[in-house]
Design a protein around this ligand. Structure first.
Ligand code: H79
Length: 424
């Protein structure tokens, strides 16, 4: 087993986490990219720093919502692209302790999630629109551009990299054990050693030997010999990778799809394009069926509360997870081909049939003839019969397949009905 596989053991078992995007951008409430997309000047963005006063911030409520949803870990933005730090950093004045919040919000987050028994992760933006030594791309209009106010000033990028290293050191020194370091993100020539990534990762691992790191510092996590900084898990954004993720040797790479509940990561007051609980459950199942995790994002508002529609989705997903979590935790891809009616997840000799499409007849299990020892509806434990339908011998694939009869015209759970199969 390689190091990456060992380090990610808990992560691959946990399968489902909560992503939290929270910062000054919750005040304009038009998403976390508002400063860049609307080309807001420093002066235009400055008031939010003096107004940030999250009187409803209760990370224990967030942690309870995550836990009730069946999530086993969380990742919170310690600093997003706008450069504002939710933690008390020695290296900047642009931080929560100097805003009306007047306290270290990261400290409270770590304690609250730990107390609920959840693993704790830090998101840290490599991009920084506030730091005066972050490149502004000359006159090019670039979405990742730095601080417009410093556009014509000669920058010393190494000073920014020192700052990045110093802040990561603070984050991984001052808050006890941290489980995930989630960098966001490299692009064009801004990748790998531009961040002095090898040195950075050595420092991270010396402070937190068990921590896992995403793949967004750059490098090629799929290479046979990945760079030191290539990461422990691959991080697809807003997509479930069609074939899962394998490296150049054909071996599975741990991965985590980050998916947001509507169309923004940070709070957006008008964005009501929420996914349904059914979509979320099926996307989660799709991730597991392809050997990955799902990190599901919420964007708390300026006062510190997770929006009600998000809480409702989390709670519905949690209700499903209560009964069906066995088909998620510790499960991964099955060797069997994807069935017509849904998806498989598997954990050793337990195969979980996630039935999305009832059809009208018995469900067909290709390749499982004589191999199903027991079949139960996971939600209530009731037995299901494995038997051949009338004239089954005349269908082409029946020599190797098995059938399970469902009663009723509708599935018991139209989001995902899970059948637990004990197989040989
Ligand atoms: O932190 C979240 C996002 O802000 C960040 N990564 C996740 C986890 C991210 N999302 N997309 N990107 C980075 C890539 C950049 C997309 C962009 Fe755009 C296209 C930037 C400008 C045009 C999306 C659309 C954001 C603003 C408009």
């Amino acid at each position: 087993m390689n190091k990456r596989w060992e380090r990610t053991a808990w992560f691959r078992e946990a399968r489902f986490g909560m992503f939290i995007h929270w910062g000054l951008y919750a005040i304009p409430a038009r998403g976390e990219w508002v400063r860049s997309v609307e080309k807001l000047s420093n002066e235009a963005y400055e008031p939010y720093f003096h107004e940030f006063d999250p009187d409803r911030y209760d990370p224990r409520a967030w942690a309870r919502a995550a836990k009730a949803a069946g999530q086993q870990y969380a990742v919170l933005t310690t600093k997003h692209h706008d450069g504002f730090c939710l933690f008390d950093s020695e290296f900047t004045a642009y931080k929560a302790t100097n805003s009306p919040a007047q306290r270290d919000l990261i400290q409270e987050y770590v304690e609250a999630f730990r107390d609920e028994g959840l693993k704790v992760g830090f998101y840290y933006s490599l991009i920084d629109w506030h730091h005066e030594d972050y490149p502004a791309y000359g006159d090019r209009i670039h979405p990742m551009r730095g601080n417009e106010a410093f556009r014509n000033k000669a920058i010393q990028f190494e000073r920014y990299v020192d700052y990045l290293h110093a802040q990561v050191k603070e984050l991984l020194t001052n808050y006890g054990k941290i489980d995930i370091m989630w960098f966001d993100f490299s692009y064009d020539e801004m990748t790998g050693e531009k961040w002095r990534a090898t040195e950075l990762v050595h420092m991270i691992r010396s402070l937190q030997p068990d921590i896992i790191i995403d793949n967004r510092l750059g490098g090629n996590i799929k290479a046979s010999e990945p760079e030191v900084y290539a990461g422990d898990f691959y991080s697809p954004e807003q997509i479930v990778p069609p074939g899962g993720i394998v490296d150049q040797n054909g071996l599975n790479v741990p991965w985590e799809a980050c998916i947001t509940l509507n169309d923004n990561w940070g709070y957006h007051a008008k964005d009501q394009a929420y996914k349904s609980p059914k979509q979320v459950i099926r996307a989660l199942v799709e991730c597991i069926s392809k050997g990955g995790n799902m990190l599901l994002n919420v964007g708390p508002d300026a006062r510190g509360e997770i929006p009600k529609p998000s809480l409702e989705i989390l709670s519905a997903v949690g209700e499903w997870m209560q009964r069906n979590g066995e088909s998620i935790y510790g499960c991964g891809a099955s060797e069997l081909p994807k069935p017509e009616w849904g998806r498989y997840t598997q954990n050793g000799s337990m195969l979980y049939a996630h039935v999305f499409d009832r059809g009208i007849g018995p469900l067909y299990f290709s390749g499982l003839k004589g191999k199903i020892k027991k079949a139960r509806l996971l939600a209530d434990g009731s037995e299901l019969k494995v038997s051949l339908p009338w004239m089954a011998e005349q269908y082409s694939d029946t020599a190797s397949g098995a059938f399970i009869h469902l009663t009723g015209a509708e599935l018991p759970d139209d989001r995902d009905t899970v059948i637990a199969l004990e197989i040989e």
